[in-house]
Design a protein around this ligand. Structure first.
Ligand code: 5GP
Ligand code: MG
Length: 184
């Protein structure tokens, strides 16, 4: 069923207009927070945050340097072990810099925790904040309870969403709106 899902069958949760206005607000909050900085580093997490990152940086009132990072899970057999590694690290030296990580969605909290630890402890940035367009607090695992995004667009229920960069099996990223897929 889900393999043949058409975009017409996806229920819209946030329209293009709603997303644009919330992203603008968020950019305002972020610009206010970083107002005294002239060298903010924005790191988009591929692939899910590519549209959010592109829209967000265009609404920021502070200058920024844009970078991207890609993550992957270590697989053991067919099951994901839940461990994450940073790949495709064409990142320049960000030691001592102020970094804003831009994520599509925080779910279990595992990715956000990894990113925070990675930038703070391995890269040793000056500061690391996370902006996530979506957060599903009800899905947070106990061990990642302390993890939170510093700037959040929308808190959502336990839905699987697609569009505006987010995929289902690499599909639907191009939708300009966000919709819900029923995965039972
Ligand atoms: P976490 O590590 O917090 O469990 O998961 C974060 C990642 O899982 C996100 O960056 C995203 O790639 C994926 N993810 C979690 N929830 C959703 C969802 O509702 N829709 C989509 N498309 N991806 C999700
Ligand atoms: Mg992601």
């Amino acid at each position: 069923m889900l393999e043949t899902l058409k975009k017409e069958e996806i229920k819209v949760l946030y329209s293009e207009e709603t997303l644009a206005s919330r992203v603008k607000e968020l950019a305002g909050e972020i610009s206010e927070y970083y107002k005294d900085l002239d060298n903010l580093i924005v790191v988009g997490v591929l692939k899910g945050s590519f549209i959010f990152t592109a829209d967000l940086v265009r609404d920021l009132k502070v200058p920024c340097q844009l970078e991207f990072i890609k993550l992957s899970s270590y697989e053991d057999g067919t099951e994901s072990s839940g461990k994450i590694k940073a790949v495709d690290l064409s990142l320049p030296a960000l030691h001592g810099k102020d970094v804003l990580v831009v994520e599509d969605i925080v779910d279990s909290g595992r990715t956000a925790k990894f990113l925070k630890d990675y930038f703070e402890q391995q890269v040793e940035v000056k500061s690391c904040k996370i902006a996530a367009l979506f957060d599903k607090p009800c899905r947070r695992l106990e061990e990642f309870k302390i993890v939170h995004a510093d700037f959040t667009g929308f808190e959502i229920e336990d839905h699987f969403i697609v569009g505006y960069g987010l995929d289902f099996a690499q599909k639907f990223r191009e939708l300009p709106y966000v919709g819900v897929i029923e995965i039972s």
